[in-house]
Design a protein around this ligand. Structure first.
Ligand SMILES: [Zn+2]
Length: 154
């Protein structure tokens, strides 16, 4: 286990909420339903599902739906996210990992070493990763700060 501060009960609750959010998935094109549950710094949980679109590009992943919901409501501190996905109308057959775009969005708001990504199949079957493991050497807000400091010195 990568993050000892996340209790098993919290992990299982996040997975259960991601599974519940998955039921709201709007995925008529991929038929791949995904749910996510984001744990805020204060212990509250915000969920999301994937939302597809006839024009394809405007679709949004479950993870980003949850993050954007939370950020739009004034939240900026996040501890973990659970992701559950698989063929619509069926139980997932394996754990689901976030796409690259969602990893990048997580990088904007979450600490790479302490934020935990719970890739789950069900409450008993999951894998834990830090954001750093999912997005090694990721580009985030601190990267811009470094660039500006270099610029200031010239
Ligand atoms: Zn994604």
């Amino acid at each position: 286990m990568k993050n000892q501060t996340l209790r098993d009960a919290v992990i299982r609750e996040l997975i259960r909420m991601a599974m519940k959010a998955r039921e709201q998935s709007y995925c008529p094109y991929s038929r791949f339903a995904v749910g996510a549950a984001l744990l805020l710094g204060d212990g509250r949980i915000v969920t999301g599902c994937n939302i597809e679109n006839a024009a394809y590009s405007p679709g949004n992943c479950a993870e980003r739906t949850a993050i954007f919901k939370a950020v739009s409501e004034g939240n900026r501190e996040f501890s973990a996210i659970a992701v559950v996905g698989g063929p619509a109308g069926k139980d997932p057959s394996s754990v689901c990992t976030p796409c690259g775009m969602c990893r990048q969005v997580l990088m904007e708001f979450c600490h790479p070493e302490t934020f935990t990504i719970i890739c789950a199949k069900d409450p008993e079957t999951y894998q834990l990763y830090s954001l750093e493991e999912m997005l090694p050497a990721g580009f985030g807000p601190a990267s811009l700060t470094v660039e500006m400091q270099v610029e200031d010195e010239t």
